[in-house]
Ligand binder design. Structure first.
Ligand code: NAG
Ligand code: NAG
Ligand code: NAG
Ligand code: NAG
Length: 335
């Protein structure tokens, strides 16, 4: 494993446990939750099942840290039509976008379009009017949606557990036959499909060329509960998964690697897409983990012990990054 891959993994481990040094080590006797009251940015009496911080792959490093990105989230409420509603959080104010909406998606490119899967098909976000407009003619009952990166293809999972591919501006729909029945799915940054099978709840992989990689559940055969995470834009050909609270990296070749990281809380949703600004939902609350802010504070000398360690890790990522994603930070870091 090269430096970059190593640090990408460290990075994930750290961001999921930010500000909680004692929860980093599974061997610690006492477990301190990474979810602290001061990180709550939204509270609801209902469950939050999906979160999205759109990532365009670069610019969250450059924007003013006091500008919070838009955060899309789904709240379940059995009293609503379709059982849920999508909201957008802008500067800590929540705006209702789509009743019956179930999930939000955007890709990792500079195309900032956001799409929603709803009880009656796909919708596209209109930021000007803070509303959703129907996208394409199909009216499937959608429970999960993912935009492919760098193309107009959108994948979605229906309530009867079938996966569909939507293309040509929402007008052409085909069933992904390699996925017979899926509980949930995510795409990696190269548009490979990772899904949990209805048979055993364990992950399977369909490569972007359409071939099914049957996942042999070596380390994971005693796992009862698997949660797939959409990867941060810096991760290649892999997705992070939680298996009974343990973190694993699942690679597109079907192998997995267990990481020394355990999370006792079971968040109902995450978005790590943007890498330096991540959010997670637990018991109806959205928590923010603003890595960039911590990094800046530590650079300018206000660091606590744990955030100093964090910034070392992040600087290492920046120094070893093989592409130029982080180049704009070098002048700041060298001062
Ligand atoms: C939230 O989800 C949990 C677990 O699925 C469920 O037990 C609980 O009743 C839900 N709460 C609300 C307010 O819907
Ligand atoms: C996503 O697609 C864009 C446009 O094709 C490309 O520039 C970018 O590198 C891709 N991002 C990732 C994480 O692969
Ligand atoms: C996609 O469809 C919309 C609505 O029918 C239309 O306004 C738009 O021009 C189409 N875009 C392309 C690229 O075909
Ligand atoms: C699978 O991919 C991972 C990550 O690229 C690599 O470390 C591992 O050696 C590969 N395993 C096989 C059997 O190809």
């Amino acid at each position: 494993m090269g430096y970059f891959e190593t640090y990408k993994v460290f990075f994930l481990v750290y961001i999921l446990s930010l500000s909680s040094s004692s929860s980093l080590n599974v061997k610690d006797k006492s477990y301190t939750s990474a979810f602290k009251a001061e990180q709550v940015i939204f509270s609801s009496g209902n469950n939050i099942t999906k979160l999205l911080v759109p990532s365009d792959g670069t610019s969250y490093f450059l924007e003013d840290i006091s500008d919070l990105p838009s955060i899309f989230f789904t709240v379940t409420d059995s009293k609503l039509s379709g059982g849920s509603c999508i909201y957008v959080l802008e500067d800590l104010a929540a705006y209702e976008i789509l009743e019956g909406g179930r999930d939000s998606t955007s890709d990792y490119s500079s195309d900032r379009s956001v799409y929603f899967g709803a009880k009656d098909g796909v919708y596209k976000y209109d930021a000007e009017s803070l509303s959703a407009k129907k996208f394409g003619p199909f009216r499937d009952d959608i429970i999960q949606i993912q935009k492919a990166n760098g193309s107009d293809i959108i994948y979605y999972l229906t309530s009867n557990k079938k996966l569909f591919k939507l293309e040509n501006n929402g007008t052409v729909r085909t069933r992904v036959s390699a996925v017979t029945c899926a509980q949930e799915f995510v795409l990696d940054t190269s548009n490979n499909i990772y899904f949990t099978s209805c048979d055993d709840g364990l992950p399977r992989i369909v490569k972007s060329d359409g071939n099914l990689v049957t996942y042999t559940a070596s380390v994971t055969d005693d796992i009862k509960e698997v949660q797939l995470l959409r990867p941060a834009f810096i991760m290649e050909n892999c997705v992070p998964i939680f298996g009974d609270g343990n973190l694993y990296m699942l690679y597109v070749n079907g192998t997995n690697e267990k990481k020394d990281f355990f999370i006792k809380d079971r968040p109902s949703a995450y978005s790590i897409d943007a890498a330096l600004y991540i959010v997670a939902a637990l018991n109806g609350k959205i928590y923010e983990f603003n890595i960039m802010e911590v990094m800046l504070k530590s650079l300018f000398g206000f660091a606590s012990h744990s955030s100093t360690d964090l910034s070392k890790i992040i600087m290492s990522i920046i120094e070893t990054a093989k592409d130029s994603i982080y180049k704009d930070w070098h002048p700041v870091l060298e001062n």
